[in-house]
Design a protein around this ligand. Structure first.
Ligand code: UT7
Length: 335
């Protein structure tokens, strides 16, 4: 058995900054409401034609591969987490294989929304630990902005989400005390529809239904979120899964050097920080600048934290996520 470590990190966000005031010109909202409820000041939106979920992922991946100090052809496997793929099928994993011109390695698409990156890291970890692969490219990328209802009807969701991508190379580590110590994954499908996008799908709303009905009041192809219910579950599950990860390694909250929570809502991160008695230096948040970028939020935050020197060798880094599904998970990493 080997261990698996994060050997390279990168992120990409589109240049186009959209402030809360910009949104208030499109819908009945305000900078005050958005900041007070979520902590978000601005987010990035792709200008149509400039980028896609895949192209942002590829840009982030190129940086991560370079920082890992490997050639692209040393990548043995690709894992792509997103809820906003370029195409209904095929998924973006194969598009990355094509656009990075990598050998015909396997490419897997992960559909676990806000927990997607933690799930993807967990899969990569198993492949590397078992010795099957040496270098796995993991990408989380989202292009939300073109799929949101940018009217007052959709304001409960649209103000929160932003576009961007993050990537990590997971590589073999001979020292079994270093790297990813453990990952912990959960789901509760009972609440699947509380944070969901129902159509188009082969379940409730087929494409043909939508075309046939041509109903301007049809919101089935916009994301739906029962905000307060999701919030209440998030604070419980975040706390549980962080504690589960720490306990599994004989550690406690005092051992955390850096917690990178999925950037769902600054108030959720602050709740978790307080619950575990962590200082501002022990928790990294950047939701203020990017909003919630779903599967991209953890790799973007992790990259920024690392780039700014907030993560050093030997640090205990904890990743934790919660989101649609419901799904949640954590990764405990010795840097
Ligand atoms: O990443 C995946 C996991 N996601 C989460 O963890 C998100 C969890 N939930 C949340 O972050 C919060 O529930 C939200 C930020 C989404 C909403 O905040 P809230 O404090 O739960 O607000 P609410 O949905 O209860 O709505 C309160 C009021 C409503 O008006 P009334 O009925 O009280 O008159 C909404 O219509 O705020 C209204 N509202 C808005 N007002 C201005 C909803 N969205 C907006 C808006 N601007 N953008």
């Amino acid at each position: 058995m080997y261990n698996a470590k994060i050997s390279g990190l990168g992120f990409f966000v589109p240049e186009n900054v959209v402030t809360n005031d910009d949104l208030s010109k499109l819908m009945d909202t305000s900078d005050e409401w958005i900041q007070e409820r979520t902590g978000i000041k601005e987010r990035r939106h792709v200008i149509k034609g400039d980028d896609t979920t895949t192209s942002m992922g590829v840009k982030a991946a190129k940086i991560a591969i370079e920082r890992a100090g490997i050639d692209k052809d040393e990548i043995d496997f690709i894992i792509f987490a997103t809820l906003s793929p370029d195409y209904y099928f095929p998924g973006p994993g194969v598009l990355v294989q094509r656009d990075l011109n990598i050998n015909t390695v396997g490419a897997l698409d992960v559909r676990n929304q806000c927990s997607g990156f933690v799930y993807a890291i967990s899969v990569a970890d198993q492949y590397v630990k078992s010795g099957m692969y040496k270098n796995v490219l993991v990408i989380g990328s989202e292009l939300h902005s073109h799929g949101l209802d940018m009217t007052t009807r959709g304001r409960g969701v649209s103000v929160i989400f932003g576009d961007g991508a993050g990537a990590a190379v997971i590589s073999r580590e001979e020292d079994t005390n270093k790297g990813i110590l453990s990952t912990h994954l959960h789901s509760e499908g009972q609440h699947a529809e509380e944070l969901s996008l129902i159509a188009p799908g082969m379940g409730k709303r087929w494409v043909n239904d939508i075309l046939q009905d041509n109903d301007p009041n049809d919101t089935s192809y916009f994301p739906h979120m029962n905000g307060q219910f999701v919030f209440k579950n998030a604070v419980v599950r975040f706390s549980e899964v962080i504690m589960e990860g720490l306990n599994a390694n004989g550690l406690g909250p005092q051992d955390i050097d850096m917690l990178i929570p999925h950037q769902a809502n600054l108030r959720i991160s602050q709740f978790v920080q307080k619950k575990f008695g962590l200082s501002d230096d022990q928790v990294f948040n950047n939701i203020m600048h990017y909003g919630n970028t779903t599967a991209a939020s953890i790799p973007i935050a992790l990259t920024e934290a690392w780039e700014s020197g907030k993560i050093k060798e030997g640090d205990l880094v904890v990743l934790a996520a919660f989101g649609s599904g419901f799904t949640w998970g954590s990764a405990i990493i010795r840097w």
